[in-house]
Write a protein that binds this ligand. Structure first.
Ligand code: TYM
Length: 314
C-alpha cells in the first residue's frame, strides 16, 4: 500500500452468509474504487461477537469472506485485507472515542434498536457501543471515503460527529472527517419475499436472500419466485417495491440504467423480466464462485494475506 493516495476503508461483519445485497451495496463499489485509493477492507470480527459466536466457526468464516472479497475482484496485492481483531489500535481508539460519544447519540441508533429486539436475551454493552468501534475503524487511518450501503449511513454520521467533537475539544485537526460513499443504485437491496425489509445475512427465511455461495440453479429459482406487485408493468415506483428491487439488482449486475431496463421490459410482463434478471445474476455468480473455490483450496495463502495486511495496518 502506498501512502500517496487518499485512504478508503470499509468492512463487513463475518456473520451469517454474504448476500447479493452486501455485494451490490458495498463490495462492488470497493472493486470500482480500489485503483484510486489506498484501501483497507476489514473483516470486523470484533463487531461479530456482539452476538454469540463459536470461535472456530468465526475464524473459518473470516477466511470464507476474505475469499469472497477476492473472488469478487478485490486485489489482495494492492489493498490491505485485515481482520479487525488483528489490529489492536481499533479497540484502543474505541475506548477513547467512547469518552467522546454521548449516550443520547447511541440511544438514537436504529440498528441498536433493531438488534436489541432481535437478540432480546443478549442486549450487551458491545451491541450498544458497536458504532463507536466502527468510528474507530474509520478514524484511526485518516480515512477519507467510506463506501457503505444505506443502512450504515447513521453510523457514519455518528463517526463524523464524534471526530468533530474531539477535534473541537482539543482545538486541533486530530481526525480527518470521513465522507460516505453510498451508491446511487442498489444502496438498499430488499428481501425477495419481503421487499419491505432489507436483504440480510442472517435471515430466517432462506428464500428472502440471494447468497453469494448459492448454487446457480437455486438463485434462478429464488428470483423466479420473488414477490412481484400487482399489474404487469416493469417500472420502478414506490407502489412496486418487488419489481423496483429486481430492477435495482439487474441494473447493478449489468451496469445498465434503470431507465434503459424500463424501456426494454416495459409491458412485456414479469416472466421474461425475471428470467433475464436470473440469467444476469447467475452470469456474475458462476465465475465468481469458481474463483472462490480455487481460493478455498489454499488456506495458507489466505492466512498469509491476513498476516501481511495486519502487519502493515499496525
Ligand atoms: P454489515 O456487515 O451489516 O454489512 C456490510 C455492508 O453491506 C451493506 N449492506 C447492504 N447494502 C445494500 N443492500 C442491503 N440489503 C445490504 N445489507 C448490507 C452495508 O451497508 C455494509 O456496507 N457496521 C458495519 C461494518 C463495519 C464498517 C466499519 C463499515 C464495521 N466497521 C467501518 C464501514 C466502515 C456492518 O455491520 O455492516
Amino acid at each position: 500500500m502506498s501512502t500517496s493516495k487518499p485512504v478508503l476503508l470499509s468492512g463487513i461483519q463475518p456473520s451469517g452468509q454474504l448476500t447479493l445485497g452486501n455485494y451490490i451495496g458495498a463490495i462492488r463499489n470497493w472493486v470500482d474504487l480500489q485503483a484510486d485509493y489506498d484501501c483497507i477492507f476489514l473483516l470486523v470480527d470484533l463487531h461479530a461477537i456482539t452476538v454469540r459466536q463459536d470461535p472456530a466457526v468465526l475464524r473459518q468464516r473470516c477466511r470464507d469472506f476474505l475469499s469472497l472479497y477476492i473472488a469478487c475482484g478485490i486485489d489482495p496485492e494492492k489493498n490491505l485485507l485485515c481482520a479487525q481483531s488483528h489490529v489492536a489500535g481499533h479497540s484502543q481508539l474505541a475506548w477513547i472515542l467512547d469518552c467522546y460519544t454521548m449516550v443520547g447519540e447511541l440511544n438514537r441508533m436504529t440498528q441498536f434498536k433493531d438488534k436489541s429486539a432481535k437478540h432480546a436475551d443478549n442486549i450487551n454493552a458491545g451491541l450498544y457501543n458497536y458504532p463507536v468501534l466502527m468510528a474507530a475503524d474509520i478514524l484511526i487511518y485518516d480515512t477519507q471515503l467510506v463506501p457503505v450501503g444505506n443502512d450504515q449511513k447513521q453510523h457514519l454520521e455518528l463517526a463524523r460527529d464524534v471526530a468533530q467533537r474531539f477535534n473541537f475539544a482539543h482545538k486541533e485537526e486530530v481526525f480527518r472527517i470521513p465522507e460516505p460513499f453510498i451508491p446511487p443504485v442498489g444502496a438498499r437491496i430488499m428481501g425477495l419475499q419481503n421487499p419491505e425489509a432489507k436483504m440480510s445475512k442472517s435471515d430466517d427465511n432462506e428464500g428472502n436472500g440471494i447468497y453469494l455461495l448459492d448454487e446457480p440453479k437455486k438463485i434462478a429459482k429464488k428470483i423466479k419466485r420473488a414477490v412481484t406487485d400487482s399489474g404487469s408493468e416493469v417500472r420502478a415506483a414506490d407502489d412496486k417495491p418487488g419489481v423496483t428491487n429486481l430492477l435495482n439488482i439487474m441494473a447493478a449486475v449489468t451496469g445498465r440504467s434503470i431507465e434503459d431496463l424500463e424501456a426494454d421490459y416495459g409491458d412485456s410482463g414479469y416472466g421474461r423480466f425475471k428470467g433475464d434478471v436470473a440469467d444476469a445474476v447467475v452470469a456474475f455468480m458462476e465465475p465468481m464462485q469458481a474463483r472462490y473455490r480455487a481460493l478455498q483450496d489454499d488456506p495458507a495463502y489466505l492466512d498469509g494475506i491476513l498476516a501481511r495486511s495486519a502487519e502493515q495496518a499496525n
